[in-house]
Design a protein around this ligand. Sequence first.
Ligand code: NAP
Length: 487
Amino acid sequence: MKYDAIVIGCGMSGILAGIHLKNAGKKFIILEKAETLGGTWRDNTYPGLTCDVPSHAYTYSFEPNPEWSRVLPPGAEIQQYFESVFEKYGLAESVRFNSEIRSAQWLGDAWQLTDQQGQCYEGVSVVAATGVLHHPNYPQIKGLEQFEGQTIHSARFDHSVPLDGKRVAVVGNGSTGVQIVSALAARSKVRHFQRTPQWIFPVENPLFSEEQRAEFRSNRDLLVYLQREPTYLANVERFTEGVLDPDSEQIQEIQTLCQANLDNTVSDPALRQKLQPNYRAGCKRLIYSPDYYRAIQHPDAQLISEGIAQVEKSGIRTSDGALHELDVIVLATGFKTDRYVRPMQVTGLYGKTLEQAWSDVPTAYKSISVPDFPNFYFMNGPTSPVGNFSLIDTSEMQWGYIWQLIERVQQQGIAGLSAKAQALARYDAERLSAAKTSVFGSGCNSWYLDKNGVPNTWPWSQSRFRQEMQTPQWQDYTVHALENVAA
Ligand code: NAP
C-alpha cells in the first residue's frame, strides 16, 4: 500500500499530524520506535518533572483540557493528556509501535521507509516528528564508569533506585537539573554540581481548586480563552521580540526580575555569589522555578560549583581536591540536540543523503524542508523556534504549513516539492546574521548553539514565525514532476 503520508514519531507533533491526516481522510500511518506514545513526555519521568509553560496553553488548540491539576502541569499529567487525545481520535489503528525507521529512500514519486525488522512502508510524504530533546547526552567525565553507586540519566530515570536519605549528586542545572534538585532536596542529601550559574525566573505553581476545574468543564469559552491567554501570549511575544538584541528593554526587564529573585531569595552572600550568572538572561533557555532557591538552601542540600575533576568509585572529586562521597549520580546533562531524525539514513534526489546535506550543520528552509528531499517535512526540526513557550503552538503552525505542501502535491498531480537551494541559502544567510547578534549568541554555552557556536534556532519573534507559516512562498519550492524525476 502506498500511503499519502507517513509520520515518523508518535510524540506531541506526530499525534498532531495523525489527527489532522485522519480528519482529512488521508491514508497514513504513524511509525514509532518505542512501545508506546508520548515522545519526550514518555521518556522523561524524573522526580519533579513539570512543564514550565502554563498548562492551559500547553494543549492542542482543538483539545482544551479542563482537568489540569495546577498552573504548571506535571509531566505525568501531560503524558496522560496525550494518551487520552490519542485514544479519543482513534489513532491506535493508524500507528505501528516498535518500528524504528532505519532508512528512508526517495523513489521518484514516493518515499520508501524501512524499519529495524526490514519491514518497508511507502508514502508520498514523510513528516519527521522525531523531536529535538530525544537523544540523551551522556557527558564525557573521566572515571564515570568506575562509580560503584547508581548512575542515572534524567531522561532514563530508574525509579527502582532508592533516593530517600541517600547522597545524590545532580550534575547539571538546566530546567531538568533544577526541577530534580527542587524535588529531592527534602528527601535526599542533594549535591548539586553546577558548571555555569543559571538565571532563574520566579514563577508560582498553585493547584487549581475543584471549583475551578468544575468551571473549566462547564465553560468551554473560558478554556479556549485560557489556551491563548492574552498576558501569556503578550509575554511570549515580548520576549521573542527582545531576542534579537541582547541589550533590548525586554531582555533587561527579564534580567532585572531574575536578579531580584536571586537577591531576595538567597540569604547567604557566598551562596548568592556562586549562583550569580555573568551572561545575559535569556542567552540559555530561562529556568522557570517556584522553588529552586529554597531547595538549594535546604540544610541537607549543597551547591558545588567547583569543576568536576573525575568520578571515582565512591563519588565525585572536584578540582579543589575534595571527594564528594555519593550513593547515586543523576546526570541532568541534557540531550544531543543536533541529531533530529538521525541516525536514520535519509536519501533524497540524486542519491544525496541528509548526512551530506547537513555535513556542516543541520538546517531546513523555514524549519520545514531541505532541498532535494521532496515531500520530507520536519516538525520541531532544525531552526525551529524554541524557548519558554508552548512547542505545541509551534507544531500547529508548522503543521498548517506542511499540510498546504502535502495538498498541493496531490492536487497538482506532481511528484513532490522541496525547498530550492537558493531559498534555503537566502533564509540561512538572514537567519545566521540575526542569530549571531541575538541574545542566544551573546556569550554563553547552550543546547541552542550548533557546532560552530551559532544559535540553530529561530532568531525572530513568534508572530513572525506565525506569519511565515501562514502560506508557503511557492516560488521558493522546486516542483518535481512525475515524469522526469530522477531518484
Ligand atoms: P540542558 O539545558 O542542556 O542542561 C544541561 C546541563 O548539564 C547544563 O547545566 C550543563 O552545564 C550541564 N552539563 C553538561 N555536560 C556537563 C559536564 N560534562 N559536566 C558538568 N555539567 C555538564 O538540559 P536539560 O536541563 O535537560 O534541558 C534541556 C531542555 O529540555 C530545556 O532547555 C527545555 O527546553 C527542556 N525542558 C523543559 C522543561 C520544561 O519545564 N518545559 C523541563 C525540563 C527540560 P553548562 O550550562 O555549563 O553547559
